[in-house]
Design a protein around this ligand. Sequence first.
Ligand code: ADP
Ligand code: MG
Length: 699
Amino acid sequence: MDLSTELTYLKGVGPHRAAMLATKGLQTVEDLLQYIPFRYEDRSNVKTIAQLAPGEMATVIAQVRAAKASGFRRRDLGMFEAVFADASSAVLVGKWFHGQYLSRVLEPGQRVALFGKIEFDSFTGELSVLHPEFEILSEEDEDGEAALHVGRLVPIYEAAQKVHTRLLRTLMYRLLNQLKPVEDPLPRAVRERLKLADRWTALREVHFPPAESDPRVLNAFRSRAHFRLIFEEFFWLECGLALKRNQARSVPGIAFELSGRARERIKTMLPFKPTGAQKRVLGEIARDMAAPRPMSRLLQGDVGSGKTIVAAEAAVIAIENGYQAAVLAPTEILAQQHYFYWKQLMGPLGYVTVMLTGSFTSREKTQLKKLIAEGLAHVVIGTHALLEKDVEFQKLGLAVIDEQHRFGVLQRLGLARKGQHPDILVMTATPIPRTLALTLYGDLDVSVIDELPPGRKPVKTRQVTADRVEQVYSFLKTQIDAGRQAYVVYPVIEDSETQAMKAAEKMYQHLSREVFPDLTVALLHGRLPAAEKEAAMEAFKQGRTQVLVSTTVIEVGVDVPNATVMVIEQAERFGLAQLHQLRGRVGRGADQSYCILVTERLNDTARERIRTLVDSNDGFAIAEMDLRLRGPGEFFGTRQSGLPALEIANVIRDKEILEAARREAVDFIASPPSEEEGRRAVAYLRDHWQRRYGLVQVG
Ligand code: ADP
Ligand code: MG
């Protein structure tokens, strides 16, 4: 037996259980060894029932005497009770609310390990324990392994269907006893520098911690065994990313020239003085563009931090070198916004900006495509329509992708393929911590605009319950009377844009006829024909419309500095990032702006989201909270970001270890201690990485 042995050949497994284990992705011995406990229970201090004291957390080994759904009075709660007894001849009652299912699990005669908080019921005079953790111990000690499950620090595993923690524990124990110590693939220099436990020791200790271990440290995943295994997983991930990055950088790209004329033109274009952060970031981009390899850079910056102008500066460099620039936006509305913005900037320089989206007629499209193919259009703004096969550029030099989180890796590449290794700039207003960004977007370099343009006042954010919405409307009215404009937004629920549209439409009728009969109110939603959307946006921009009722189509990109009120209805239905984006539509001018979150029914996480938003205006802090509340998988969809699923490590909980691993990996790949060690690492990566993550091409 070795690491690659299929689990079905293990004693006690067989095809049936192997299939259950496979549902957790466990196929080989190595997979199983990596399946670490999600928790540890200290059963070293097992007490007899007679020794128990109310208030303590304790483990008891006892026998089930009786088990039943309990009496008439409590039937509504589905209370299930089991009576336990041991040799001390005292009795302990376990209680579970909604525990009917246990009648098929707990039966008189079974020996059980129970763990929980002991209480004394003064009414009945019983010792009891509510919702204890429990584990059924086999009736007899079949193979002398009973000592595994009690009287020590015990690992608790997530069940793989019917393969429960107890069986998993036994399997782990047998494996660790039968296997020869595994080799340590981590480079020796790294191991020594960080004083890491060797792999075999770490694997043994993570499953069966030494007796003197502190259970709190174990449960925080911070034992030396945990540290080592988490580090290792991150280290290989980061090595893989570094290699992938090197590969991407090794293809020839365009070396743009940063002529004095280009600098001059950039200066002419800028309508304002760039912030320090914008200057720094342009420097980073310009350096990439001048280098003879393709740029792949992620530009992170909070809503309204001024990313677009930096992209426009980069476009000027490309155009002055005789190339075209493309801007890919996720929605029609955003493309429209970009089109207006870029046209204003580019027009005075004599550059032609065009827009291509799905809503043009095929005749219009044909004409636009011709302009693009002949190089007469310098800047091409568009939606997914840009990615269609027959859109050909004469000479694409720079591809800008806005709001990265809406596009997959493939689409990014799709745009890049329209040129000969053009430079790529990806912009996102969903900023995440730097190391995490470097990992999630493995092949991208990261720039950050961490400064807002001067004179911006932070938006004031309030939560108001729906029964007080009249007050919100009268506040809105005072702002309009002072010459400002306002948004009122409705959520799109699940896939039902139609429903949201109906809600918005109904509210539009209500607001325009009953609440604000004297104001100009307009409606905007995703189902309107493009021309009407455009007209609605234009009217709002020019101030002809005072209140814009909308679905989330305005989430990104809309830029109307005179709008100072953002009312979000049913705010509990929106995600945190989305709320922050919506709020970013106001606070774009010199006047104080307000965001009002109208809520109906709040559950705990919704309340947390709303509180975060009320308390903070900082996009980075909000994104980090979002990441915490939703977990990394959902936050960025593993599939989209290309981040492989991690087995032991967790990018949030283990942030510091990720940083250490990244540093070591980058150094190691850049200059391995010896050629032999470098080769060994790449070979190891190829063997393990490919199988575990599938996605990444290495070496
Ligand atoms: P983002 O795309 O990062 O959300 P935008 O690029 O849309 O932000 O910029 C937001 C607004 O701020 C725009 O109206 C833009 O013209 C303006 N702006 C950007 N940079 C500056 C600056 N340095 N000084 C003043 N205004 C700026
Ligand atoms: Mg933007």
